[in-house]
Design a protein around this ligand. Structure first.
Ligand SMILES: [Fe+2]
Ligand SMILES: [Fe+2]
Length: 155
């Protein structure tokens, strides 16, 4: 199986799986921040910046995760990518709504984004655990750690 390397700042870094957990936490933190900015009535530019950052973190994470799954030979990668695309669509729509100053609609959609994301972490991102950990063992890198369970918001 191909060894996975990440190129950052022009140099190669061996990938560690802890990046997945760190990115999940980073997105979750940013989503909470975005909700707070909207609820506390932050200025339009600040709210938009928070939404753009949530979108960026989500995109970067999906790219990293898909690269890991590809290297690990995950057989359900296609379906997993489709799920990622659906989530990206929602967060992209949030930013569009905020651009048009539709904060109430945007807040509702951020809630939906968070719900989709947490469900994805709990279900889809658990399905690849064995495959990725087998790959980690082959590569001599630490396996994925057990994840904390989130309370999924109601629809
Ligand atoms: Fe995922
Ligand atoms: Fe993920």
């Amino acid at each position: 199986m191909a060894e996975l390397e990440f190129r950052m700042d022009g140099s190669n870094h061996r990938l560690t799986l802890s990046i997945i957990d760190e990115e999940h936490r980073g997105i979750e933190r940013q989503v909470v921040h975005l909700m707070e900015e909207i609820l506390l009535g932050a200025g339009a530019a600040k709210v938009l910046e928070a939404a753009s950052e949530a979108l960026r973190l989500t995109l970067v994470h999906f790219q990293h995760e898909e690269a890991i799954l590809e290297a690990a030979g995950y057989e359900m990668l296609k379906q997993h990518k489709e799920e990622h695309a659906k989530i990206m669509e929602v967060v992209t729509r949030v930013r569009e709504q905020l651009k048009h100053k539709e904060s109430v609609a945007a807040l509702k959609l951020v809630r939906e984004f968070r719900r989709m994301l947490l469900l994805h972490l709990q279900n889809e991102d658990e399905r690849y655990r064995d495959v990725v950990n087998r790959y980690a063992a082959e590569q001599g890198i630490s396996p994925l750690r057990a994840r904390i369970r989130h309370v999924i918001p109601e629809k």
